[in-house]
Write a protein that binds this ligand. Structure first.
Ligand code: ADP
Ligand code: MG
Length: 797
């Protein structure tokens, strides 16, 4: 009798926090070793490692009927092992095991390739339940690599039921994981303490029933929908009765008796995730409401005067570039954002505002005015940039804008020489109250990277933190900067807007200003789609090719980017392909010049940047490109936040289908920053319809706000755009792509508002929920930290 059928002896009492290696479960040593790769460290993690799919293997066929099942379909049967043999030499190293299985109606085969020890678990005469894909060769019916388990009256796990299919990792088999999870459910899952107050479960169930009834008519209109095995089906089924209890939900999320029960279980778990998310946001919002900030009055006269000065600076900037400018004016959106910020600054409650706008929409000018208003009162403002190079560029751009307003700019990055760094630190710790020799204030406006949030940096009076490309910073970094001042005002800036449908869910704890209209005089980037065979010419017409375009632009004094995608998140091979492209490009461009009837000399100067280079080397190369010492810059996605080069007019993106829509749009924003016509060429050989649709959308749309909305529609399941962008934790069960989960979020928000007091702490009597949020499975949503902060704030000093 195989070992695994016996009862399992468990070492000591097992709890949710028992490390998986000490659980005594089937496969515990393997899980201890490879579990962390799947996020499984404790018994609780095992319970919440939910299936990625469910296979319906409930219907058991007879051997004779299996002969009628079409090739490639999945079937299950209850059969007896008639004989078994191992073919160890089949195709060299791969072992093949063949079993003949039958019942009183007939016989079928089962074969396993490369799976060892099957022969030790299967013996002549054994009765088994088997499930797998049917393969048909002539008159022979074969189960291809099927799952099976002994038909000995024990619970069915692998076959003859709705079978959970889990994410696995090398060394861990599906069967082992299923059995370990079964044990986790039996030992602790069944007694998982309920943490949701009963009233909530009942109210939510009622709301779901109403919502589903409303959605039903809509669903009937749009026939189809996801298959019975997809997670998507949670949206459709009409629920009745209260929300499943947590232990019942866990059982049915893994081993459901029916898809209805599975759906009810996933609804409960999704609701909990969304509730945790909303509790975190309501807590943050209320804590900010009671926090004491820095009310800063911006007199109307100063607002007008500062605006005029900034407009003058912008005009000069453009004049320096093009010669003959119209005078620049803040766009209506910029002006509106500035007055909203001025109003926020005047409130005792700290500002929390998100400034969204495409690359080039003019966020810097808005930030400059906000920083100047703060510096006007002698307090400090900091601008945080994601990279060293960007921080230096920001410092240059900001100086031009705020010096006319009477303020100097201090730069603080990790690469600053020691002496300069010391000076900068001294300035920030004790900014002089009198202007310097040039008449500017100093130490009041600082620009830096994450070096700013390090402990050694002391601010005398930080009242405003501006975070550029905020989704590139972790919540922790942002909060560390916040902790540098007494609840400073915060202005977050992003070039990848959050889709409107998600904004009301994810941004409920902040105010939003959108810069939708670009500054006047900007030309649209012309966007085309090409196959990789069309780089040199399109249908024999050289002028339509990407290389001729680059040659033409470069010879007119403009510059080009060539983007190489990250290969499967593998920095090393991406770097290799970037190097290779950079090596071959000069020759290809020379060849293109020759075919255009141009002098092949001089050869284009091509540089390369990627993630495998030292940051200093990378920054130096980008600097050379910016200064015009390089004509073409080849790079990986490190270019995304890259550099501001007004002379860049071509963005060539190789394998463009590997990028998301929002990302492509962001990359396209790297060109067209100047006044010349710019081009974006998307190269793709993909035949995938979704990928093609995504590129088509990009070629025809130029508004980042619209594109964000479409991106949400065109994403594949599992890619949660909004959450990645906002730096919020990822949801695993709920998906904000689903309208049903969006409705659920809004309900969860109202519930969260009731569960928290005015100061953003969880109300008494909800300790079980609080514990689950802080240290339980919902801790991954990140609301627990907010609650802990609220508790600290309440404690008397
Ligand atoms: P973002 O940070 O939003 O990508 P920037 O602030 O860098 O955009 O602005 C892009 C360019 O537009 C800069 O060169 C800036 O001088 C210019 N600019 C900003 N606002 C205006 C305006 N109102 N009119 C004309 N040019 C502007
Ligand atoms: Mg910017």
């Amino acid at each position: 009798m195989p070992r695994h059928r016996g009862p399992v002896t468990l070492r000591g009492p097992i709890g949710l926090d028992t490390p998986i290696g000490a659980s005594g479960f089937v496969g515990a040593p393997i899980l201890k070793r490879v579990g962390p790769k799947l996020g499984i460290r404790t018994v609780r993690d095992l319970l919440f490692h939910l299936p990625r799919r469910y296979d319906d293997l409930r219907e058991l066929s007879r051997a004779r009927d299996l002969g009628w099942i079409p090739d490639g379909e999945i079937a299950s049967a209850r059969l007896q092992v008639r004989s078994i043999r191992v073919d160890p030499t089949f195709r060299r190293r791969i072992q093949r095991t063949i079993a003949y299985l039958g019942d009183e109606t007939g016989e079928v085969e089962a074969t396993w390739f490369g799976r060892r020890y099957i022969e030790k678990r299967l013996h002549e005469g054994d009765r088994i339940v088997v499930s797998g894909r049917i393969k048909r060769r002539g008159f022979t019916t074969t189960f291809d690599n099927p799952e099976f388990q002994p038909d000995d009256g024990s619970a069915l796990l692998h076959a003859g039921r709705i079978v959970p299919v889990y994410r696995l990792t090398a060394g861990l088999t599906a069967a082992t994981l299923r059995r370990a999870i079964r044990q986790a459910l039996d030992s602790v899952g069944a007694a998982y303490p309920e943490y949701l107050p009963a009233g909530i479960a009942a109210a939510e169930a009622m709301a779901e029933a109403e919502s589903a009834a409303g959605a039903e008519s809509a669903a009937a209109a749009s026939a189809g929908g996801a298959g019975p095995n997809g997670r998507d089906s949670t949206a459709g089924a009409a629920p009745d009765g209260p929300l499943a209890g947590i232990s019942a939900a866990l059982e049915s999320a893994h081993y459901a008796e029916s898809f209805e029960k599975r759906d009810a279980a996933l609804r409960r778990l999704a609701f909990d995730e969304l509730l945790a998310l909303q509790i975190g946001m309501v807590a943050r919002d209320r804590q900010r409401r009671v926090a004491v900030g820095h009310p800063i009055q911006v007199p109307a006269t100063r607002l007008a005067e500062a605006t005029t000065a900034v407009e003058l600076a912008l005009t000069e900037q453009i004049r320096a570039r093009t010669g003959a400018p119209e005078p620049a004016h803040l766009t209506a959106d910029q002006a509106e954002a500035v007055s909203a910020i001025a109003a926020d600054l005047a409130c005792p409650r700290p500002m929390m505002r998100l400034l969204q706008g495409d690359v080039g929409s003019g966020k810097t000018a808005v930030a400059a005015l906000a920083l100047a208003f703060v510096a006007d009162t002698g307090r400090q403002g900091a601008l945080l940039a994601p990279t060293d190079l960007l921080a230096r560029q920001h410092a240059v751009a900001l100086r031009r804008l705020v010096e006319p307003l009477g303020h100097g700019v201090t730069l603080l990055t990790a690469t600053l020489p020691a002496a300069e760094r010391r000076d900068a630190l001294a300035l920030l710790a004790a900014p002089p109250s009198a202007p310097d020799a040039t008449g500017l204030s100093s130490g009041r406006i600082v620009v830096g990277t994450h070096a700013l949030v390090q402990e050694a940096v002391q601010f005398a009076d930080l009242a405003l933190a501006v975070v550029d490309e905020q989704h590139r910073f972790g919540v922790a970094q942002r909060e560390a900067l916040g902790a540098k001042g007494v609840s400073p005002h915060v202005l977050l800036m992003t070039a990848t807007p959050i889709p409107r449908t998600l904004a009301q869910i994810l941004l409920a704890d902040q105010d939003v200003s959108d810069l939708r209209t670009p500054p006047a005089g900007r030309l649209r980037v012309r966007t085309g789609i090409r196959r990789s065979s069309e780089l040199a010419s399109v249908a024999g017409v050289a002028s339509k090719g990407a290389y001729p375009l680059i040659v033409r632009e470069v010879r007119e004094g403009n510059r080009a980017f060539v983007l190489v995608p990250l290969v499967e998140e593998d920095e090393e091979s991406s770097a290799r392909s970037a190097d290779e492209v950079a090596r071959e490009l000069p020759g290809q461009l020379t060849e293109a010049a020759r075919r255009m009837g141009l002098d092949p000399e001089p050869e284009a100067r091509v540089g390369v940047v990627h993630g495998q280079m030292k940051a200093a080397v990378r920054d130096a190369t980008m600097d050379r490109f910016r200064r015009g010492e390089l004509d073409v810059l080849v790079g990986t996605t490190v270019l995304e936040v890259g550099v501001d080069v007004p002379e860049a007019t071509v963005m060539l993106i190789l394998d463009a289908d590997r990028f998301g829509l929002a990302q492509l749009h962001q990359l396209r924003g790297r060109v067209g920053r100047g006044e010349a016509q710019a081009y974006c060429i998307l190269v793709s050989d993909s035949e995938d319809e979704t990928a093609k649709a995504r590129l088509d959308v990009l070629a025809t749309h130029h508004d980042g706000f619209e594109l964000a909305e479409m991106d949400l529609e065109l994403r594949r399941e599992g890619e949660l755009l909004g959450l990645h962008q906002s730096g919020l934790p990822t949801l695993r069960i709920a998906s904000l792509r689903r309208p049903e989960d969006r409705r659920r979020s809004l309900r969860a928000r109202r519930i969260a508002e009731d569960l928290l007091d005015d100061a953003g702490a969880i109300r008494p009597g909800l300790e079980a929920l609080r514990a689950e949020l802080e240290t339980g499975w919902l801790a991954r949503v990140g609301a627990g930290e907010m609650l802990a902060d609220a508790a600290d704030a309440e404690e008397p000093a």
